[in-house]
Design a protein around this ligand. Structure first.
Ligand SMILES: [Cu+2]
Length: 91
């Protein structure tokens, strides 16, 4: 019963989010950087659960299902915030 519930939640979360995306970002230095990157990713309307880590120089987010973002779109959003997306990984 409990396992069925866990499996169900797992399937549900898989169906809600298309994929987890991890972006290496160059040029971040403070909390304002985090804010502007988060804002621009959110503005695409394709990213959820956005987390920007200053120490790891990384932005991580979930693509909203059915709204896949191309590498170009991700780079454009990061660039709009004033930074450079170095490497994009999908999990
Ligand atoms: Cu900053």
């Amino acid at each position: 019963m409990k396992i069925a519930f866990i499996m169900g939640s797992l399937l549900l979360s898989l169906s809600v989010f298309a994929s987890r995306v991890e972006v290496d970002v160059n040029g971040m230095s403070c909390g304002m950087c985090i804010e502007s990157i988060t804002k621009e990713l959110k503005a695409t309307d394709k990213a959820e659960n956005i987390a920007v880590n200053l120490e790891e120089r990384k932005a991580t987010f979930d693509e909203i299902k059915g709204k896949k973002m191309s590498d170009g779109e991700i780079k454009a959003a990061i660039k709009k915030a004033g930074y450079d997306a170095a490497k994009i990984r999908r999990k």
